[in-house]
Design a protein around this ligand. Structure first.
Ligand code: AHM
Ligand code: MG
Length: 337
């Protein structure tokens, strides 16, 4: 059998990269490996989603008499489980849980990192076979080794992230993660069950032709956002004609596409919900980190997302993210209005 010697798995790549960090202990590569493992388990269940009763409430039973869990609860359990049993994570916070969880065992108390995640984002798309994803951000904790993780470990500004990433369960399953050194994408090869490097050193094109926003809310957006959307539609031939509107309703897929092709994603505040829908800590911050490392920008319309100092685990923020030049034009529209 011929072996493709060029294949680099997620684990091989991460160990190679992080070995070059001075003082690296290997804890971060272990953490990323743990997340990759949970992603593979979630992927198996996502692929079966049409076959099982994913809408069953936690606590109900299937025909085999086994517990049926909603897919987002299953995903939350998988990510929490691998991190709890791994050696690198002192605690987690998740969209699925009201409060953070500090892992109270001897190994976890010695761990350097905390992880915040949205285990299954795009929940409205689960039961209709449209791409969904997982989002995660990793921080060095501020509490000391040996101590139990505390809320202060989780309420850090996004700029403090050591690494961040996402998994798209799409036409193929991809894991993309960023450290300050760069953004790299790995596609799951189902034949060997490994994430393999497929998109090395991802850069966000400085401009693009795609804008992604929920148009149904147009009249509820502030004037500057409306003006920018209208400008996207009125682009003339010199700028390549009107931009294309693409909106899946799964931020992971929408931002992933725009990161690769060039574009802008917006989830603005509305008249009724001035802070929008998306959550700062485990939806916006990881993407802001990834897109900035790739050369793009992310703001709440007025302030860089990564500079916002959070006060609550589940706080929301308006979100604008994407190619640098498109973000600049959006900002001009917002300051002029
Ligand atoms: P969720 O965490 O409940 O899945 O909501 C987040 C998702 C994002 O992935 C997506 O961008 C957004 O909700 C879509 O919301 P809307 O349907 O209001 O446009
Ligand atoms: Mg979500």
């Amino acid at each position: 059998m011929l072996l493709n010697r060029k294949i680099l798995t997620l684990d091989e790549f991460t160990i190679q990269q992080l070995r070059e960090f001075p003082h690296a202990t290997g804890e971060l590569s272990n953490l990323l490996r743990d997340l990759g493992l949970a992603a593979k388990r979630v992927n198996v269940e996502v692929n079966k989603a049409g076959l099982v009763d994913i809408l069953g409430d936690a606590g109900s039973t299937n025909v085999q008499g086994e517990d049926v869990k909603k897919l987002d609860v299953f995903a939350n359990d998988q990510f929490t489980g691998v991190l709890r049993h791994g050696i690198s994570c002192a605690g987690i916070a998740s969209e699925e849980l009201d409060d953070y969880v500090a892992f109270d065992d001897a190994v976890s108390r010695q761990s350097k990192y905390v992880c915040l995640f949205d285990p299954l984002d795009g929940s409205g798309n689960i039961d209709v076979n449209v791409s969904i994803g997982t989002i995660f951000g990793i921080y060095r904790r501020v509490t000391g080794k040996g101590e139990l993780a505390s809320k202060a470990d989780f309420l850090q500004a996004g700029i403090n992230q050591v690494a961040a990433g996402y998994i798209v369960y799409g036409s193929s399953t991809m894991l993309v993660y960023a450290t300050r050194r760069g953004v790299n994408g790995f596609t799951l090869d189902p034949s060997i069950g490994e994430f393999t490097l497929s998109h090395p050193d991802i850069k966000c094109p400085p401009s693009g032709g795609i804008y992604s926003v929920n148009h149904g809310n147009f009249f509820r957006y502030e004037k500057g956002v409306q003006n920018y959307i209208t400008a996207c539609q009125k682009k003339d031939k010199t700028s390549g004609g009107p931009y294309t509107q693409r909106y899946i309703g799964s931020m992971v897929s929408d931002v992933h596409r725009n990161l690769i092709k060039g574009g802008i994603f917006m989830y603005p505040g509305t008249v009724d919900k001035p802070k929008g829908k998306l959550r700062l800590l485990y939806e916006c911050n990881p993407f802001a980190f990834i897109v900035e490392v790739a050369g793009g920008k992310a703001t709440n319309g007025r302030q860089r997302i990564l500079d916002i100092v959070p006060t609550e685990l589940h706080q929301r923020t308006p979100m604008f993210i994407g190619s640098r030049e498109m973000m600049d034009e959006l900002e001009q529209n917002m300051t002029l209005s």
